[in-house]
Design a protein around this ligand. Structure first.
Ligand code: PMP
Length: 281
């Protein structure tokens, strides 16, 4: 079944889809985005993604857009692609106009989507866990807004790749652990699941919120609080969460073995609970 693109209502193959050279997303990173996946032909957590999208647009003073219209466009493209396990990328830019930092007069948003098959994480990574490095967080101060300005994340992921590991975790000046390049990070210490609180320094991950709820459902103690690099190294378990990442255990960070170096029981339990929730949604 086809992988498709959408540009302001026009659906085509991805190769044929074009955006104007003066799109503000392209020139200034003046655009927001979401990635939504489907399981067995059903989009997961669509309303939560739409809610966060509206939040990002509101924070950046974008003109409002009807949720109904966006939802309908997403569902229509997804239906036409007919891919049971799809990743739908949606990007909305502030529009097109002669290059000028200040907002354009025309308040016409530019809406672009692609829908492709999910690039699944290898089963071995899920079974055996994976590795990461840490890096100083050199991103801007509004990481809570889901903008396409991802250059720091791109450079960090590339550094991880060149270091032979799967991902990089951003750590603040004071050694507070923030998040990975496209996932939130959790640790498990003495039976307590801990993750960074919602501030302007991390993305409010949809999967993060689902996993927090799942902890409550399965009676795992959960704390949203700052934790430090030393806590990351000494944790019993570390895992990342994200739409594509799901729940992915980290068993080695900066060359140091986490816990006993194997995927831990809490990570396994939460991965299972997440899939149960997906199957029942
Ligand atoms: N943090 C960052 C920086 C991300 O890019 C992502 C993925 N969008 C996440 C966390 C995880 O968010 P979600 O669970 O909504 O995919």
């Amino acid at each position: 079944m086809p992988e498709l693109a959408y540009v302001n209502g026009k659906i085509s193959s991805i190769e044929m889809a074009m955006v104007p050279v003066e799109d503000r997303g392209y020139q200034f990173g003046d655009a927001v985005y979401e990635v939504i996946v489907s399981y067995s032909g059903r989009l997961f957590a669509l309303e939560e993604h739409l809610e966060r999208l509206e939040g990002s647009m509101c924070e950046l003073d974008f003109p409002p857009i009807s949720r109904e219209t966006v939802r309908h466009s997403i569902q229509d493209l997804f239906k036409q692609a007919d891919l049971p396990r799809a990743a739908l990328y949606l990007q909305i830019s502030r529009g097109v106009g002669p290059r000028n930092h200040a907002f354009p007069e025309t308040r016409k948003l530019q809406v672009v989507m692609t829908v492709r098959k999910v690039d699944e994480k290898p089963a071995m990574l899920r079974r055996e866990g994976t590795a990461a490095i840490t890096l100083k967080d050199f991103r801007w101060g509004r990481c809570d807004i889901k903008t396409v300005q991802l250059l720091a994340n791109v450079l960090a992921k590339q550094k991880a790749t060149e270091s032979g590991v799967d991902d990089a975790i951003f750590v603040a000046e004071d050694e507070v652990v923030r998040e990975a390049t496209s996932s939130n990070v959790f640790i498990v210490a003495d039976g307590v699941v801990i993750t960074h609180p919602l501030t302007q320094n991390i993305l409010p991950g949809i999967t993060r919120a689902v996993v927090i709820d799942l902890c409550k459902d399965v009676n795992l103690a959960l704390e949203e609080r700052f934790y430090y690099l030393k806590d990351l190294y000494s944790a019993d378990e570390v895992f990342m969460t994200g739409t594509i990442t799901e729940v992915l255990p980290l068993v080695k960070i900066d060359g140091q073995i986490i816990g006993d170096g194997k995927v831990g029981p809490v990570s396994k339990q939460l991965y299972g609970a997440l899939h149960e929730k997906i199957n029942n949604s």
